[in-house]
Design a protein around this ligand. Structure first.
Ligand code: NAG
Ligand code: NAG
Ligand code: NAG
Length: 176
């Protein structure tokens, strides 16, 4: 084997490796309808909560390291809405982080798609609205970033998993 063909073989192996490594991450597409259409009374006083697809708390994002998440958010509130993905590193991607200053809020009656990768991380995180005190009324939910099967973690696979979200609840509506 002469040198150029050996170099070509190495290049082929490297590309196969990159390809195999690449296929382990998937694209996850989510459509979320953010509304204020539900009242609950956890402290004896009925008040509106912010729901996602009718759910309070919002749906779980269950993904794996390096997955690409696309969340198309429709804002049905009567005010702007900005979602932040707490704990997701957003490497070289800060304009997807949903905090005032890096990202414009989604205007009422319109939609916008957040797109980010859970690059090189695992763990439990959560998302919440980052402006107007809306997080006091809902719009939040859990994110799980599972490890890739090729990456060992120093514990057995849990028999069961559940997400705990802890927050304050106020007597007054968040707009009051
Ligand atoms: C979103 O929710 C609002 C209020 O509940 C509803 O009027 C609208 O049809 C929903 N849109 C979609 C796309 O589900
Ligand atoms: C979340 O994803 C993991 C890995 O793909 C899977 O094993 C688990 O069953 C999923 N859990 C839920 C609640 O969807
Ligand atoms: C708004 O939603 C439509 C329908 O799902 C989608 O085609 C479009 O790309 C979304 N727009 C943005 C800015 O995300």
């Amino acid at each position: 084997m002469d040198l150029p063909s050996r170099a070509r073989l190495v290049l082929l192996c490297v590309s196969i490796f990159i390809f195999l490594d690449g296929v382990s991450s998937i694209d996850i597409f989510l459509d979320w309808n953010v509304s204020s259409d539900l009242t609950i009374a956890p402290v004896g006083q009925k008040q509106l909560v912010i729901t996602i697809n009718g759910m309070f708390p919002g749906p779980l994002i269950n993904c794996t390291t390096n997955d690409f998440i696309h969340v198309n958010i429709f804002n049905n509130l009567d005010e702007p809405f900005l979602m932040t993905w707490n704990g997701i590193q957003q490497r070289l991607n800060s304009w997807q982080d949903g905090v005032s200053g890096t990202n414009c809020p989604i205007q009422p009656g319109t939609n916008w798609t957040y797109a980010f990768q859970t690059k090189d991380q695992i763990g439990s995180f959560f998302y919440f609205p980052s402006t107007l005190f809306q997080k006091a009324a809902g719009g939040f939910g859990p994110i799980r970033v599972n490890n890739r099967i090729v990456i060992n973690v120093p514990f057995d696979k849990p028999a069961e998993e559940f997400d705990v979200l802890i927050g304050d609840w106020y007597f007054y509506e968040y707009k009051a």
